[in-house]
Design a protein. Structure first.
Length: 350
């Protein structure tokens, strides 16, 4: 996570986070602070919603819950990847340190020998002795040249390994932003893009354009899991995700932000256009027929899958948390209205 808060702003977050931290059953360590800092900053709406669910009605977080929240919403790399990369960099540093130490010893030994040879030559020794000294000087020069060549090879090898580790970091970060089941952006990637939208000004030539958010939730998904099993439930999730990819605009970010909850973040759109896209998404899901293999490998249709959808547009200067919560309210208004519909909540006029 990258933080852009000023000293004054971060101090305000500290004052707000500490009282919340002390109410939990978790020690006051950096992981706990990172979780509550992200919450009070308002830049991590999905984390805030989960915190509110866990701590509502007087609930408190234990160590395991706090670390789970950190891994899901704050940490950029999974622990295994982070460990492998850390070990790789340590290995490179140790190799470079050993090579540098060896080169230092070789250089010191050559410098000492060189001083001895110079003193011998300045003493005006016999011709034969001068020749022997020069032969030793030549051999010493070859040794130090060979040592420097070896050092360069080791440095080149270390540089190559550093390049591989950098690629591994990029790969791990990329995978950390993808939902493994559906291939959509995951909640962490969504939160990063949502944070990037903060304070996005409307287009001067088209002032109605601003970030819009479409939230969709599969209706009665628990019934699907209970009736057909979690494996088939995963199949339904992948099918809905594919529909979301198909209808998403080129600049939109389709993401899976919860168990059966999906989002479409539009960086710059009109609210009416976002509404049309949401309706297209809803209709496409409702029109699809998802099959399951029954006995005798016969494909069977299941009950039609539908989604409820909420749409809103970001108001200039509002927090990511407020933006997300309004879309969430619109989504649950659709649930209360009978499901399989779209509700639009416009931001309040400034």
């Amino acid at each position: 996570m990258r933080y852009r808060d000023t000293m004054q702003r971060s101090a305000e977050h500290l004052r707000a986070a500490l009282p919340l931290m002390t109410r939990q059953r978790t020690a006051l360590h950096p992981i706990s602070y990172a979780v509550w800092y992200e919450h009070v900053s308002g830049d991590n709406p999905a984390l805030s919603l989960e915190l509110q669910a866990l701590t509502g009605n007087g609930g408190t977080l234990d160590e395991e819950q706090t670390r789970d929240l950190y891994r899901q919403h704050v940490c950029e790399l999974d622990s295994a990847s982070a460990q492998n990369i850390s070990e790789g960099f340590n290995r490179v540093l140790q190799t470079m340190s050993a090579s540098a130490a060896q080169a230092g010893q070789d250089t010191a030994r050559f410098d000492s020998s060189l001083s001895t040879w110079v003193e011998q030559l300045l003493g005006n020794p016999p011709q034969q002795t001068q020749a022997e000294v020069l032969q030793e000087l030549l051999a010493g020069s070859r040794e130090i040249r060979a040592a420097m060549s070896t050092l360069q090879e080791r440095l080149d090898s270390s540089q190559g390994e550093i390049g591989l580790l950098r690629a591994e970091v990029q790969r791990a970060r990329s995978e950390a932003l993808i939902d493994a089941l559906t291939g959509l952006a995951n909640r962490r990637a969504f939160e990063q893009q949502l944070s990037a939208c903060i304070g996005t000004p409307a287009d001067a030539e088209a002032p109605a354009l601003a970030p819009c958010l479409v939230l969709g939730d599969i209706d009665f998904f628990k019934k699907v899991n209970d009736s057909f099993g979690h494996s088939f439930g995963d199949h339904v999730l992948r099918a809905v995700a594919q529909t979301l990819k198909d209808v998403a605009a080129h600049s939109a970010l389709p993401a899976r932000v919860g168990g059966e909850e999906f989002a479409l973040l539009l960086p710059s759109a009109g609210l009416q256009d976002a509404h049309k896209l949401a309706e297209q998404m809803r209709l496409s899901v409702a029109a699809s027929r998802i099959h399951r293999i029954g006995r005798g490998d016969q494909a069977q249709n299941i009950e039609r899958v539908t989604i409820s959808v909420g749409v809103t547009q970001m108001a200039f200067g509002e927090s990511a948390n407020d933006f997300f919560e309004r879309a969430d309210r619109a989504l649950y208004a659709s649930k209360r209205s009978g499901r399989n519909c779209v509700t639009v909540l416009a931001p309040k006029a400034a």
